[in-house]
Design a protein around this ligand. Structure first.
Ligand code: GLC
Length: 737
């Protein structure tokens, strides 16, 4: 008597091979059928081997990711679920897709994914910079442009946006997300998802988004990468989960599990986060892919003895697709046969993968049109958008004595010394995770400055100082150049790969040689403008007093030196504001604006430095000035089911038009669970002409904007006193019975 298991296995494994469609029967290939019916029909025809292959992702093309070297899968199975696609052109992808459509029994198309983080070939500013623009519309449009370049190049799934709240600049991946605040990450997550996915996933303008890295990766201990994260359930809910909930509500198609161990249970096998929260409570319809090899990495993480156990833990926790780990393809079949993994679990995972493939229209359009690169990449409109976005990311941190903008100069009479390691290494402005961007396509600082100041001043260029190391041989000439100038502009900061994955630094201060160069240039006695290009907040406490002006340009992508040259000349009025706090020193980390309250707020200070940050979250100067009116509320007291409007008038009291962002914070001075000293709940950016007054409004819905969560995500709203705050102004609001 055949054992039950074997009987079932035969039925479910062999029978489908003969489950051919009857003549005229409407099958999964019928695009007029509802997607769920197509999924059901296809699933019913698949063997276990076919199902399991759908839950694996290998790579295709020349893998250029130094952190993720993998054993090349020499013969990629035509039935593979997904491939990370490293080529810039669609031909190789179409060749592989043709094998899937023509060499397999059911013709299930492959899903091609890639890291389109801040652009595909047109590279935009890094995400940390994009958030400093506070322009969600521009960010959404940039994601839409990147989606179009990617889709028309053979990629229909991006592993973006990265929305990990991060408060430790030693962690190189702080550059990839939208800063320290949950609301900011949520707002830009939604903007990105909408930009990537649009309203028609099947169009060649859009790609499926992937929220990453789920969850709490930004809490990596001491900023080291891939390590343990100590995250209480309370902090999980009030800090790290909100951007993901916003992204799921916005319709994000997929999620990527993170490398980190969440207080003892790694994210890649964490049933609470992957299934209870993501799928059961939030109702996510898409699927979860692991990060690179993260299923196998459950072994070094200390929870799995081998790949088979890793596969069992991950699948049972709700991890749907194994990225290059070779745990699912090698072990799921035996785990099902042994009953260690249920057939329902695997079927549900396959269902989620198939659902996205149908939504992307891959069954109807499995191939990418093979148009020339010049027609699909680096289009004028995407380059223009990159430039505009880069301009809006630039943050004017300091401008003592209005030394900026550099105006009123004459060539032959006035000279600007342009120096620093970035002057002849502008490719570093591309930033990390730059996909198919090319360093040589970044507009060089030298060229941009010459163009910007042509006919306005004489420019002298000299790198003078390396990024790091001990070689000061260029100092003497550089100091001589500084002596000949009326003002010195130093372009300093980081190389592009000093931030990003596996790019951890023990301090966030500039390398000693850069600080020494700044100090020596300052001694020449000319006005000194420091321009920074970096992928993390920097510790500037020794450097700040030496500079008359400091401009944070981040890493702008291919616009390179052009946007910041416009700021230096005054053609662009800087409007960026920090989305991440700048500590004075590494020793202050973690330091962030929405810190918890202290029992003795006036005490517990550092003995050796001020306990305030160097630059606060939201800090950013302009070439014009603004006057803020008082906050007005449409009602002082509301019931929890009522809404009210807060408004504030902002007047441009200067002579230049400026785009101003108003950040609306709330404070709940006492609650049954202690709350941050203040929390960002809304922001708005408006262009204000000189002399003009604009009204900024925040419609407050108490349950949305004033409530809090407990340690299992239950949202509660307490009656009583709250404050609505803009800058240093605040007004009381009562929530009544
Ligand atoms: C990397 C990164 C992740 C990326 C993935 C695929 O290790 O952690 O952000 O999407 O692998 O390249």
């Amino acid at each position: 008597m055949m054992k039950t298991k074997q009987f079932l296995f035969t039925v479910f494994c062999v029978f489908p091979l003969f489950a051919q469609a009857d003549e005229g029967e409407r099958t999964y290939k019928d695009a007029t059928l509802p997607i769920e019916e197509r999924v059901d029909d296809l699933l019913g025809r698949m063997t276990w081997e076919e199902k399991i292959l759908q839950l694996n992702q290998f790579t295709l093309g020349n893998n250029d990711n130094v952190n993720n070297i993998e054993k090349e899968v020499v013969k990629v199975p035509a039935g593979i679920g997904s491939l990370i696609y490293f080529s810039e052109n669609p031909e190789l992808r179409n060749e592989m897709q043709r094998r899937a459509m023509e060499e397999t029994r059911l013709g299930i198309p492959i899903l091609f994914g890639y890291d389109v983080i801040h652009g595909f070939r047109t590279v935009y500013p890094i995400s940390l910079a994009q958030a400093c623009s506070w322009n969600t519309d521009l960010v959404s449009r940039a994601c839409g442009m990147a989606a179009g370049e990617a889709r028309r190049s053979g990629v229909e799934w991006t592993f973006s946006p990265m929305i990990d709240v991060a408060r430790d600049g030693r962690w190189g991946r702080i550059s990839e997300g939208y800063g320290e605040d949950p609301y900011t990450n949520a707002a830009f997550c939604v903007a990105s998802v909408r930009g990537y996915q649009g309203d028609d996933l099947a169009s060649d303008k859009h790609v499926a988004a992937c929220l990453k890295h789920y969850v709490g990766y930004g809490a990596s201990e001491a900023g080291r990468d891939y390590v343990y994260t100590e995250i209480s359930r309370q902090t999980l809910w009030d800090t790290y989960l909100p951007p993901y909930e916003a992204g799921i509500r916005a319709g994000a198609s997929t999620v990527m599990s993170s490398f980190n161990d969440i207080s003892g249970v790694p994210a890649t096998c964490n049933h609470y986060t992957l299934t209870e929260i993501l799928k059961e409570r939030w109702g996510m319809e898409g699927f979860v892919v692991s990060d690179w090899d993260a299923v196998e990495q459950l072994i070094p993480q200390g929870v799995a003895a081998d790949r088979k156990q890793a596969a069992s833990l991950a699948m049972n926790a709700g991890l749907d697709m194994d990225m290059v780990g070779h745990c699912y393809d090698r072990h799921l079949e035996s785990l099902i046969r042994e009953g260690a993994v249920s057939e329902e679990k695997v079927n549900e995972a396959v269902r989620r993968v198939l659902r996205l493939k149908f939504r992307l229209g891959l069954f109807e359009h499995p191939y990418t049109e093979e148009m020339p690169a010049a027609q699909r990449l680096l289009q004028p409109q995407s380059k223009d958008l990159a430039e505009r976005l880069a301009e809006e990311t630039i943050v004017l941190l300091k401008n003592e004595g209005q030394v900026l903008p550099l105006q009123g100069f004459q060539p032959g009479k006035n000279t600007i010394a342009v120096m620093g390691p970035l002057v002849d290494a502008s490719g570093e402005l591309l930033g990390n995770w730059s996909a198919h961007g090319r360093m040589e396509e970044v507009c060089p600082i030298r060229e941009a400055m010459q163009e910007e100041f042509d006919g306005k001043a004489t420019l002298l260029f000299h790198a003078g100082c390396p990024f790091d190391g001990e070689d000061k041989s260029g100092f003497a000439e550089a100091l001589e150049t500084a002596r000949q100038a009326d003002v010195v502009v130093l372009f300093m900061g980081e190389k592009r790969l000093w931030s990003g994955e596996n790019c951890v630094r023990s301090t966030i201060e500039l390398p000693a040689i850069q600080e020494d160069f700044i100090r020596q240039v300052k001694e020449v006695g000319k006005p000194l403008v420091l321009v920074l290009a970096n992928g993390r907040p920097l510790g500037l406490h020794r450097v700040e007093p030496l500079c008359d002006a400091i401009v944070e340009m981040w890493q702008p992508g291919i616009p390179g030196g052009r946007p910041v040259s416009g700021v230096l000349s005054g053609r662009v009025n800087p409007s960026g504001k920090l989305c991440v706090t700048f500590p004075r020193t590494t020793g202050q980390i973690p330091i962030y604006y929405n810190r918890r309250q202290s029992s003795r707020p006036a005490l517990g200070k550092y003995q050796d430095i001020p306990s305030t940050p160097l630059y606060e979250f939201g800090h950013g100067l302009s070439y014009t000035t603004y006057r803020y009116g008082e906050i007005k509320l449409s009602r002082q007291t509301v019931r929890e089911d009522e809404s009210l409007t807060a408004e504030i008038a902002v007047t441009n009291t200067g002579h230049l038009a400026g785009a101003e962002t108003v950040h609306w914070f709330i404070t709940d001075p006492y609650s049954r669970i202690s709350r941050p000293v203040r929390e960002l709940k809304y922001f708005e950016k408006q262009l204000i002409q000189p002399g003009e007054t604009k009204i900024f409004r925040f419609e407050i819905h108490p349950m949305r904007d004033l409530s809090f969560v407990d340690s299992d995500g239950k949202r509660f709203l307490e009656k009583g006193t709250y404050y609505v705050q803009v800058k240093d102004k605040r007004i009381k609001l009562e929530i009544d019975e």
